[in-house]
Design a protein around this ligand. Structure first.
Ligand code: ZN
Length: 301
């Protein structure tokens, strides 16, 4: 990849991009980056994105696998080819990449799909090598796997992924809990790189949510409303129906009336003014039976 290669980014929002590390800001300035917000992907918006991609002919795509798949599906349904654009690679991150997603993106854009782990909060934590190993970028990042009590686990054991990022000058991340689950590799990668491997990554589940007007949006669009509040220690968003969404929150201290009202209006702004937003303060959020944490669940088909 050359400096100046065109790139299309499917990411949360310009605000989230500003929160990225300095390296990324420098890169964005050097590269000709076009941001296509992945939050509110209505059919009209998807058509617009397909058109933009055909016009931009980006050399790199960067985004959530689910968002790239929605664009690929839309293009396929409308017989709009994307495989001749000259995309060299699609970088995906922030969600678990399922094999069928990898195949769909690779076929739609006729390019390899490179999976990365990390992204928004702690920068890139690991990158996939050509042999498929997820290598921790270990020079300035310490990745630990810890148990429920915060005690480090040995390689091969599955637990919560916590990250200490030494190179971020603005504010160092010290044992930042990603909310994801994984294990450190026990054997060297076939590629010969000495960097340690991260395996069995299970990300937060980010179901898509549907607004009353039919707009489909990424679950993170709602996650951001509650996640940055200092008193929120845990959360789970359950869209029970088009007209009712429950917001389970573990708060310390408890929410005041003004914050509750702000959460409700934030959710209604995205889902629809008539939607009943039910805030429920709970003591803890249990994992699913599989052990996987699902932060956003939609029961709307
Ligand atoms: Zn490797």
């Amino acid at each position: 990849m050359d400096i100046g290669d065109r790139e299309a980014v499917l990411w949360g929002s310009p605000i989230e991009l500003r929160a990225q590390d300095r390296l990324r800001r420098v890169r964005d300035a050097l590269l000709r980056t076009t941001l296509l917000p992945a939050f509110a992907m209505s059919p009209a918006r998807l058509a617009h994105y397909v058109e933009q991609l055909r016009r931009l002919r980006p050399r790199m795509l960067f985004g959530y696998p689910s968002a790239l798949c929605r664009i690929a599906s839309h293009a396929q349904e409308h017989d709009v080819p994307l495989d001749g654009l000259g995309v060299k690679v699609a970088f995906v991150t922030a969600e678990r990449l399922y094999e069928e997603q990898r195949a769909q993106i690779a076929a739609a854009f006729s390019c390899p799909v490179a999976n990365g782990y990390g992204g928004r909060d702690a920068g890139f934590i690991a990158h996939e090598c050509p042999d498929g190993g997820m290598h921790i970028t270990a020079e300035d990042i310490i990745v630990e796997i810890v148990d429920a009590g915060g005690q480090p686990l040995p390689a091969g054991r599955t637990g919560q992924i916590v990250v200490t990022h030494l190179a971020t000058q603005d504010y160092p991340f010290i044992r930042y809990a990603t909310g994801d689950v994984g294990a450190l590799g026990t054997a060297p990668c076939a590629c010969g790189r000495g960097l340690p491997l991260l395996q069995h990554i299970e990300g937060r589940s980010t179901d898509f949510l549907t607004a009353v007007d039919g707009t489909v949006m990424h679950g993170l669009a709602l996650v951001y409303i509650v996640r940055e509040l200092p008193q929120v220690r845990g959360f789970k968003i359950i869209q029970e129906s088009l007209l009712r969404t429950r917001v389970l929150l573990v708060c310390l201290p408890r929410l005041d009336a003004a914050t509750r009202a702000a959460i409700v209006s934030g959710f209604q702004a995205r889902l629809g003014a008539q939607v009943d937003i039910s805030i429920e303060e709970v003591d803890e959020i249990a994992a699913e039976a599989s052990g996987k944490y699902r932060y956003v669940v939609s029961r709307v088909a």
